[in-house]
Structures are given as structure tokens and as C-alpha cells.
Design a protein around this ligand. Sequence first.
Ligand code: ATP
Ligand code: MN
Length: 448
Amino acid sequence: MKRTKIQNLLKNGVPGTRVTAAGWVRTRRDAKGFSFLELNDGSCLANLQVIADATLPGFDETVLRLYPGASAVVEGVLAASQGKGQSVELRAESVRVLGLSDPLAYPLGKQRIGFERLRELPHLRARTNSFGAVARVRSALAAAVHRFFRERGFVYVHTPLITASDCEGAGEMFQVSVPGNPDFFGARAALTVSGQLEGEAYACALGDIYTFGPTFRAENSNTRRHLSEFWMIEPEMAFADLDDDAELAEAFLRALFACVLEECGEDLAFFEKRVLPGVTARLERLASTPFTRVSYTEAIERMEKSSHPFEFKPSWGIDLQSEHERFLTEEVFNGPVIVTDYPKEIKAFYMRRNDDGKTVAAMDVLLPEVGEIIGGSQREERLDVLEGILRSAGLKPESYADYLDLRRFGSVPHAGFGLGFDRLVQICTGMHNIRDVIPYPRAPGCIR
Ligand code: ATP
Ligand code: MN
């Protein structure tokens, strides 16, 4: 079928030209002698207004049977629009029904329905303004991720989703097994919680790499920021330290915020109006404010000195709670903060030991209003140190043979981080719940 996308018609359509548009009817209004159809094809937020004259051949059997949700192909001539807010409208010369939609049964009729109810309609919710806009922003961001790394010479690596390593301790794992054939892989297998360990292997051969794929965590977190299946971006750089890591994280986040501001104006205006007033200004601030770097130790000192009534009293050694993250980003530094050098006890075994004997070269990137978006570190590249850490943690070095090999043969300083892609989409759209920024959310008790 030859059709022009509505986005192109509204952007570049020249009055007087003959075109074909196809889409789903959002509304139909009947006036004396003609009907208005609002047609949406998902290429952009805006609808194309179609004017169908009652004298059209077959008007009653086609136009008058179109209700919200129905699909149709309209051929006609573009005309300068009299209505405000759109450049052109389509004067129909033929209307062909593709699929009818029963107005009594279609769940997305006239009245607005809430996001919670829409979660029960994952197959239809993409047809709403909100979810269409989220899908377009998500896609623009994914493309920007690849563009960013490609421009910097990072190699995109596909790390496995089914893995035998339960290394990281990043989270609870989903087991993968075959009923009746427990020995399918010949070892215990699970869905990955992070591509980092495999990413390190590729960084220690190719230099700079990144992964971008699904990640699975079986933790029972029923929050608006956690999913059981989410998408993570994990760059890993050889010949790099924690400073390089922090620099990359800042440049990366700013590039992504700028992408949404530049490329998703129409959708952003929608979020501003209907989802979170202020989301645009927030993005502009994030894209232009330099990130402050502060050590964990200094961050704790700042909080201890303040008179802020923390629910959970800050003291050296605690993991930062979201009230602490918010205090640092919103009250102390008034912008994004990169907290570095955490106590070794609260971070993963592979993070590089600092000379003070107490902290590791870790970093978390915290954003105002949202909290942690990135967790990363410089990795321990010294074989003897790493073996010592494993032993004192009661872990068997044999289980980490491949990982230790990277330190045995041509070890290099290297660093990387993990960014939760869905949380990024949340920030850029202002959507409150992470279950509403991924097409088919998976969370405890939630699958469809
Ligand atoms: P949190 O403390 O928020 O649970 P984490 O410390 O377990 O996160 P990391 O292991 O550091 O997270 O993972 C890197 C990034 O992946 C996080 O900064 C976050 O953006 C994202 N992330 C982690 N867990 C989830 C989840 N369950 N759902 C969505 N995104 C997640
Ligand atoms: Mn983390």
C-alpha cells in the first residue's frame, strides 16, 4: 500500500497535493453535510484531520461505520487547515474501511482511562497518546545510545542472557531449566543480572565496548523504579580509571537528555501538559548543569553536619537511602551528583581497592528527584589483590577462573558502569511508574 505517514503530511504536506493516509480513527464528529475524522498512525502524536463530505460514494457504509479504534485508508487532497494547531487537513475523495471497531466494546473510547487500568491492556495501550509518545521517546533514546558510542569508537557487544556465572551478587537470579532434563547445559544456568563480566572480557581485547540488552532480577521490589526484566546499558573501557568512567557517564547522560530535547519536542510538550508539568525545564537543567563529584566520605560529613531531619541517620558505612540521595542532589549540590569511593563493605567484590584500605573506586550517579541512575566502578585489575578478596569473602577462586585469567594475561586498568535504560526513559518523560515506560512490564505478580 502506498501511503504517506501522517508525520510527513503534517510537516511537509503541500496544499493541493493528492495523498493517501492510513491509520486508526481516534474520533469522528458528524456535522451537517460532512464528517470529521481524527486519524492517527503512530508516526507522531498529532492526528490528521480528515473531512469527508456526505456526498462521497458509499459514505454511509464507510465513514458512518468508523468509530474510535477502527482502521481506514483515506485518499484525497490536502488543504490548508482552517482549524488551529494543524497545518493541513485532508479532504477525502475515497474512504476505505480496513477494520471496524465496535464502539460498545472498544476499551479506549471517549473517556480517559488511568495508567493503572491501561496496564491491563498492554496490547492496546500503545494506541493512546501517552504510550505512543513513550514508545517514540524510547526509540529515539535507544538510537542516541548507539550513536553516542559509535561516534566514540565503542564496539557493541552482545553478552549472553543465559549465563552460568552467578558472580556479581547484583541481584537475585531467575533460574533457567528444562523440565525433565535438568542437565541440559551441564551446569546451573540463570538469566543474567548484568553483562559486565563478559563485557570486561571484550573490553580487555577490543578496548572500549558497550552492551545494551535485557537484564533480569528476581528481587521482590514492588517499587515504581524496579522491574524484573529491564534494559541496561553497560559500557566498559580498557586503559581507564574512575575519573574516565565518571567523565563518560556525564557526557553520555547529557547527550541523551539533549537528544530528547532536540528530537522529541512534540512528545515532550505532551508530557509537559499531561504527565508532569516541569519535565522540560528539568531536562534542560540536566542537560546543561555540570555534575558535581563528591566522595562518599565527604557526602556523609555534609549530611552529618546538616540539621536536616533524616529518617535514617547518615553515618560512615551506611548505604545511601533515597532521602540521602535527594538531600545531596536537591539541597546540597542542586544538580546531578557523582558520589565516589564507597566503603568496600557495601560494594561488589570486583571494585578496585583504594590505597586507604577502606574504600573502593566505585561511583553512583544521582539525579535530583529521581535518585540513582548509574552504578559503576574501576575494576580490580591486580591478580593477587583480587584473589585475596575472593578468599576472604569465602568465594572459591576456581569459580572465577575466567575472570582471573583476564588479570593473569595482560591485565590492564579498566572501568565501566551500568545505566538503567527504563529509568532513563522515566526521567525523560516524567512518567511516574517504570511499568509505564516499557511495553510489556514484568514485575512480581505482573505479567501479561
Ligand atoms: P537499586 O539500588 O536502585 O535497586 P542497584 O544498585 O541494584 O539499583 P545496579 O546493580 O547498580 O543497581 O544496576 C545499575 C543500574 O541499573 C541502576 O543504577 C539502575 O538504573 C538500573 N536498575 C537496577 N535494578 C533495576 C530494576 N530492578 N529495574 C530497573 N532498573 C534497574
Ligand atoms: Mn547501584
